[in-house]
Design a binder for this molecule. Structure first.
Ligand code: F3S
Length: 426
């Protein structure tokens, strides 16, 4: 890999041992990938504060410098960590203090995380604590090179914002935050961003449920390729695209998609394919739509619902407002719990708008920082859960061994209030 002068200097230790270890990691990583060079970045989204038993042990042995060295720099040396060189934010993490007494999640992990937030916050990591950093002020511009983790965030970053990132890991984002560099390969290169598959919807894709199901179909069909989607698509909003992308990255491994006339790198169908031949279309019709719904509900047997999960990816203010309207004046069934996940910054606004009070009065909880899949934690005794998220319906049955129902926000709220799942595809 060709290194620029500033990169060689970092590697040679001109900026201290932590930066040298970070550059060494990036060179090893880039060479393994066949990258020819590094690119300059100014936007990192990683998981420095995420608690775990391994991290707790490292902190006991050598403090937070040691934990960062081992986990974020892949280095056995215990080096002092300097401030982050480029803007860096924390993605989702474990449950925070607001989950104490609500989620059966170890208080020791909450304390460890609070400690991590102090350390990394002082080193310049912005503790956004969400899988949707783009909802709370971290918005790279079109064409900007980034180093992000979290599949649902990566696909949003590439597709909706037109910024450029691969799906990075704990170590590469750690190294990127101290150097402002990342291997220049994959989605960073324009020729790797054009569409490979054309999927046309013959049925209306309108609203959160349908964008999630369509995404689940598309991801399953293209796996790790780059879909261009067209057809009877009603104009999506932020929540629809967030759900669509997260679903494509759950049933498949999509990191970028294009919607001609909507996403920034696809002004036209031809542009979405970079001027190359347009492949034969794959059609998503009523039969396929019903099959996806069936598949997302395959894990549901009992209609007695213990738990409702909303806000995956983390809910927008508009989604919180809709949930509050649906729950206003109602009470949850005594045996059923409802959690809605959102970034802390949006929770603050929801508090000011009175949405939180409405949700809590009904017996639900508006929680931050994490989610049941990430923290492997649902209300004690949960056997059956329901959600409006294709991603959570995909993962949570395997993670927690519980049954799942998938439907609309309204289906979920009705199940929360009655304790019974009655969702069906209209
Ligand atoms: Fe976010 Fe958890 Fe869903 S991290 S994307 S709410 S699985």
């Amino acid at each position: 890999m060709r290194l620029a002068d500033d990169e060689k200097a970092m590697l040679d230790g001109a900026e201290g041992p932590a930066v040298a270890a970070a550059m060494d990691l990036l060179v090893r990583y880039g060479e393994a990938l066949g990258a020819e060079r590094l690119c300059d970045i100014r936007n990192v989204a990683g998981t420095m504060t995420q608690p775990s038993p391994v991290k707790a042990k490292l902190v006991r042995e050598g403090g937070w410098n040691k934990a960062f060295s081992v986990l974020n720099l892949d280095s056995d040396d215990d080096v002092e960590i300097p401030p982050m060189r480029v803007p860096t934010c924390q993605l989702q993490q474990g449950f925070g203090e607001d989950a104490l007494g609500v989620a059966p999640y170890p208080p020791g992990m909450i304390e460890l995380q609070a400690d991590a937030e102090s350390f990394y916050g002082a080193h310049g990591v912005n503790i956004l604590a969400t899988c949707t950093p783009y909802q709370v002020g971290n918005l790279p511009v079109r064409g900007e090179h980034c180093a992000w983790m979290e599949s649902s965030a990566v696909v949003y970053c590439n597709s909706v914002l037109g910024a450029r990132t691969n799906c990075e890991g704990t170590a590469s984002t750690g190294a990127a935050s101290l150097t402002g560099k990342i291997p220049c390969w994959g989605n960073h290169l324009p020729e790797n961003r054009h569409g490979t598959h054309l999927i046309e919807s013959a049925v209306p894709v309108d609203g959160f449920l349908d964008w999630g199901m369509f995404g689940y179909f598309v991801g399953d069909v293209v796996q790790e390729n780059r879909p261009v989607v067209t057809g009877d698509l009603r104009r999506p909003d932020l929540a629809d695209l967030k759900h669509f992308g997260a679903a494509t990255a759950s049933s498949g491994g999509v990191e970028i998609y294009h919607i001609p006339g909507i996403t920034p790198e696809a002004a036209t169908l031809e542009a979405a394919f970079g001027g190359r031949a347009i492949p034969e279309k794959i059609v998503y019709g009523e039969r396929e739509r019903r099959a996806v719904y069936q598949r997302l509900n395959d894990q549901g047997e009992s209609a007695d619902v213990d738990f409702i999960l909303l806000g995956c990816p983390h809910a927008s203010l508009d989604q919180i407002a809709r949930a509050a309207r649906a729950l206003d004046g109602k009470k949850l069934n005594p045996g059923t719990e409802l959690w809605m996940m959102t970034p802390r910054a949006l929770r603050t606004v929801a508090d000011r708008n009175g949405y939180t009070e409405i949700i809590h009065k009904a017996g639900g909880r508006l929680l931050t920082d994490s989610c049941p899949a990430m923290s492997k934690s649902a209300p004690e005794g949960t056997r059956v859960f329901a959600t409006d998220s294709a991603k959570q319906a995909h993962y949570l049955p395997a993670i927690l061994g519980i049954e799942a129902w998938y439907g609309t926000l309204e289906d979920c709220v009705e199940a929360a209030v009655t304790g019974t799942w009655r969702g069906e595809l209209k």
